[in-house]
Design a protein around this ligand. Structure first.
Ligand SMILES: Nc1ncnc2c1ncn2[C@@H]1O[C@H](COP(=O)(O)OP(=O)(O)OP(=O)(O)O)[C@@H](O)[C@H]1O
Length: 255
């Protein structure tokens, strides 16, 4: 069994009188694809928002490689190697596809004003590296032919791939995907499953996934946590979760 990358303990999030997430515990191991499923309103996105630094949890602890990240803002969480996509794709729609990938690397590029103005060699080198890396990711995602097109004009499936590339270009250790199959056609969903497998195998990235598409979840996940009313009801292997009567009742049964 591989080591723990993310450890969430006693996570609780309250919105006024509503307990959206109630004592949630789980771990994501290095190289693992871990999915969170459950009916609408179960608290999945709220867990994501706490882990990604978008909400400060009411109580609980979130450790990334042993380091406390709960309460950190999202850009600091990203610096710890944890990045995410959104339910509705969020890109700089008026920038080109290539520019989206260059902007994503800005924290890694030497942006010192003086160095930039005088274009000293180290600045030029980091610019070249950023371009090279962007080109490689465009090739990997099969969207290089759209490099100079405005991101907002890409087909939806390509926008999703660009959003994942924008995360991966920062070389995260944990990639969080929030309903990545939403809005994709059946072929795009199969491609997505292959992509997630490939990202894990080739780049050693762990994946934390929220998804309603059961075929994708069952096909791609190592382990699955099922939530209902803010609480985990079970965590296990896809085959075990699929046949668990509580899960069928809470989630699969409602479809
Ligand atoms: N910012 C917020 N303010 C108040 N209530 C919220 C907020 N965000 C979520 N909630 C509530 O918390 C509960 C859990 O919502 P959440 O979006 O986490 O569920 P979910 O499992 O992700 O659902 P879905 O599958 O529909 O995305 C819901 O009752 C929701 O209305």
């Amino acid at each position: 069994m591989s080591e723990t990358l993310l450890k969430v303990s006693g996570l609780t999030m309250r919105f006024g009188g509503l307990l959206a997430v109630d004592q949630v515990e789980f771990e994501v191991r290095k190289d693992e694809v871990f999915a969170i499923i459950g009916p609408n309103g179960a608290g999945k996105t709220t867990v994501f928002n706490c882990v990604g630094g978008f909400y400060k949890p009411t109580t609980g602890s979130i450790l990334m490689d042993g380091k406390k990240i709960d309460g950190m803002p999202s850009h600091k969480v990203a610096q710890q190697g944890l990045v995410r996509t959104f339910q509705n794709v969020r890109l700089f729609k008026n920038l080109t596809v290539l520019e989206n990938l260059l902007v994503a690397q800005h924290t890694h590029i030497e942006t010192s004003l003086v160095k930039g103005l005088f274009k000293v060699p180290s600045y030029r080198k980091s610019e070249q590296d950023a371009l090279k890396s962007a080109a490689e990711w465009l090739d990997f995602m099969g969207i290089r032919q759209f490099a100079n097109r405005e991101a907002g004009n890409l087909a939806y499936g390509h926008q999703r791939r660009l959003e994942i590339a924008r995360c991966m270009i920062t070389r995260p250790r944990l990639l969080m995907l929030d309903e990545p199959a939403a809005g994709l056609n059946p072929q795009e969903k199969r491609d997505l499953q292959q992509l997630i497998d490939q990202l894990r195998k080739e780049f050693g990235v762990a994946v934390l996934l929220i998804e309603h598409d059961m075929s994708l979840v069952m096909g791609v996940s190592d382990r699955i946590m099922v939530m209902e009313h803010g609480k985990p009801i079970t965590t296990g292997l896809p085959a075990d979760v699929r046949s668990d009567p509580r899960v069928i009742k809470a989630y699969l049964g409602e479809e």
